[in-house]
Design a protein around this ligand. Sequence first.
Ligand code: E4P
Length: 241
Amino acid sequence: MKIFIDSGDIKEVQKYLSWGICDGVTTNPSIMLKSGATSKAEAKELQIAIAKLISPRPLSVEVTTDNPEEMLQQAHDFVTWAPNIMVKITITDRQGGSMLPVIHQLAAEGIAVNVTAIMTMNQAMLAAIALENGRKVASKPAPFNHIISIFGGRISEEHGVDIASRILMEVREWLDLHKMQTEIIVGSVRTPENMDSWSTTGAHILTIPPDVLAKSQLSGRTKETVVQFLQDAAKALGALK
Ligand code: E4P
């Protein structure tokens, strides 16, 4: 399993790179807004800086429109920014219209696609089939396996954590059964408990916000143990004098 950092905060990304636990980064328009990018130019500058920093690991950059023509234009632009960019496309537009034609076309062009905002098994299957069929006819290989982003947190908010876990497990089983190369990212991870629950579903990647990652490595008993070790080390060193 891989961990991606779900953030546009370059300092946080740098921190988790130095911990050796950053296999990639995911962004979306909300994340870019939170990171202080208030224009397209600022978002682009920051995303290029992150792509360089984490290279050769992938950075997902999401389109900022749900118009299919504009999606394609933006996708073609994003991939010129750096060789390690994946393009994020929502599974439908705001009215529920299918974005599968865009997803399929980009995959057929050999662009690495991250299909996002997936909440159901059916959406996951349709996205994976469109991606795989695009991959099979692509004139050049995509730089990374395509991804489907299943929003564990948002599914849990509506149906509970267990339903989110069940969907993740069923999608992984189905991808394996049909020998699909597409990988699952679990998105909208809200808590360390979510990390724990969804790390055993077979999802290939968990994308985790920095604050959740920071909390995930804490335990009161570990701190207490470290204090004990240091106190005993000081005593032992004192006794040696
Ligand atoms: C990841 O790629 C997603 O964009 C992200 O995890 C969405 O999370 P949210 O539910 O907090 O918006």
